[in-house]
Design a protein around this ligand. Structure first.
Ligand SMILES: C[S@@+](CC[C@H](N)C(=O)[O-])C[C@H]1O[C@@H](n2cnc3c(N)ncnc32)[C@H](O)[C@@H]1O
Length: 247
């Protein structure tokens, strides 16, 4: 399917942005985790745990950590009983920093890949988790279509991210934090204030979680969403219909 994107979603013309985004994460990799913990006041790990819960029993199968970065979610999925994790990301440095967190012998396939072209067989995985990744992906509908392609019937994709808030007061609070705090604190920790200015801007440019649900429905997934606590991050879940019919 080729949906018309909602106005606030990343635009198709942003396709050329991907190499710059990859370069940025290559540079941030060594200090990415520390910046996350400080900027979220430690809440990022709680949000990731909520995302693991949203996968339900599907976590105990073959799963993908999409835009895996430094692999916090890969580690959590292993701890929750995943039989195999595909940790996919287009930044080799993010992945190599993350690999240090894995227990010896863990069944994890670590591979550089673009979220818009997954090196995974059709209808072969039980679950996909993507934490704070898809708002960086240009042509995000292509990444969602790839998720729909590789999920088994009844499989779930869980997206945890900072979506554009729906209410005006929340938008103002979030935009102020993103423009005033994130670049300064992120810059102090990593030495790359510009990167954190981009990351904050990518939140302002992203779609709402309701719009994201709609993108999932256009790829044939059954979608729902909710905010986590405090309601600055949200979870959107898409489930591949059971029953084998084409959607
Ligand atoms: C904000 S980090 C999130 C990392 C991790 N999921 C987490 O929970 O911390 C975003 C990650 O998405 C990756 N990424 C961005 N665009 C991508 C794309 N088009 N394909 C694959 N990975 C991408 C970046 O390299 C980066 O590691």
């Amino acid at each position: 399917m080729s949906p018309e994107l909602p106005v606030s979603a990343p635009k198709a013309g942003d396709a050329d942005r991907a190499p710059e985004v990859r370069q940025m994460f290559e540079r941030l990799a060594p200090r990415y985790d520390l910046a996350n913990r400080v900027l979220s006041l430690g809440l990022d790990q709680l949000w990731r745990r909520s995302a693991i819960k949203a996968l339900g029993p599907n976590v105990r199968g073959e799963v993908i950590d999409l835009c895996a970065g430094t692999m916090d979610l890969t580690r959590m999925m292993l701890d929750a009983g995943a039989t195999k994790v595909h940790a996919l990301d287009f930044s080799p440095s993010m992945l190599s920093n993350g690999a240090k967190k894995l227990p010896p012998g863990a069944n994890v396939r670590i591979e550089t890949a673009d979220a818009r072209e997954l090196p995974v067989e059709d209808h072969s995985v039980d679950g996909i988790l993507c934490g704070f990744g898809l708002r960086n992906v240009p042509e995000v509908h292509k990444a969602i279509a790839e998720c729909a392609r590789v999920l088994k019937p009844g499989g779930r994709v869980v997206v945890l991210d900072f979506f554009q808030p729906e209410s005006a007061p929340s938008r103002i609070v979030q935009a102020s934090y993103n423009s005033l705090i994130v670049p300064v604190v992120g810059g102090l920790i990593t030495g790359f204030g510009d990167a954190y200015r981009y990351l904050a801007g990518s939140i302002d440019a992203f779609c709402t979680r309701k719009e994201f649900e709609e993108l999932m429905r256009r790829e044939g997934l059954l979608a729902s969403s909710w905010d986590v606590f405090p309601p600055v991050a949200s979870i959107v879940v898409g489930e591949a219909p059971r029953g084998g019919g084409d959607v």
